[in-house]
Design a protein around this ligand. Structure first.
Ligand code: FMN
Length: 204
């Protein structure tokens, strides 16, 4: 398979217009199971250390479970506030747990055997799961579906709600749904919370 300019331009566009979506931007609109499957299948096409494919997904539609997870977000968000004196922090909407159509918890399954490539750097399995998350994020975007990553959560609490065993480590908690709009720039850039870094600045 050889790609050309068309695919380069297309991928560039997808990367440029992928956004993190929060609760103020989700629509209450059904996502077909075919599209959900398409997003999950993009995840499992990701590269993984030693081809270990250490990812596990939990699709959460239950309002009751999401309410419990949202409660944990509220607790963690409250605790986080004292770290930021900037008043913008109090106004930020940092999740869409209840507003999105569904949530996906992405776990790393700890291996029982040695994994090729993971003998020196133990976190390579978890990094592989992050690759799966990015694939899902991009596939969702081309389906015009938004994803928002929520990290202001205690993994222990999420695992308790989802009744997930000790061998699983939470890597990502994603809110997934159709959106009112995809912002053309990261929201935190627009709000001047952080500024965009350019290539020459990130070169060592
Ligand atoms: C590992 C990770 C964790 C994140 N956690 C949160 C979060 O808890 N709440 C939130 O609103 N956004 C979260 N984000 C989204 C980032 O804020 C967002 O990606 C960044 O501001 C750039 O915006 P963009 O994704 O729209 O380009 C997270 C993103 C990543 C990669």
């Amino acid at each position: 398979m050889e790609f050309g300019k068309c695919e380069v331009d297309c991928l560039d566009k997808v990367l440029r217009f992928r956004r993190d979506v929060r609760g103020n931007n989700f629509l209450d609109k059904k996502i077909s199971s075919k599209k959900i499957e398409k997003i999950l299948k993009a995840g499992i096409k990701a590269p993984s250390v030693g081809y270990s494919q250490p990812w596990k997904f939990a699709v959460i539609k239950s309002k009751k479970k999401r309410k419990k997870i949202y409660k944990n977000f509220q607790k963690e968000y409250k605790k986080s506030k004292h770290h930021f004196s900037n008043p913008t922090y109090q106004k930020l909407k940092l999740e869409g747990i209840k507003e999105s159509y569904l949530n996906i918890a992405v776990f790393y399954k700890k291996p029982k055997r040695k994994i090729l490539g993971q003998t020196s750097q133990k976190k390579m399995g978890e990094y592989s799961v992050v690759c799966a998350v990015q694939n899902m994020w991009l596939m969702a975007r081309v389906l015009n579906i938004g994803i928002g990553w929520v990290s202001i959560l205690k993994p222990k609490s999420v695992k308790k709600v989802l009744k997930v065993g000790r061998e699983y480590k939470l890597v990502a908690y994603l809110c997934v749904g159709y959106v009112k709009e995809f912002l053309d720039e990261p929201e935190l850039k627009k709000l001047e919370w952080e500024r965009e870094m350019f290539l020459d600045e990130v070169m060592l």
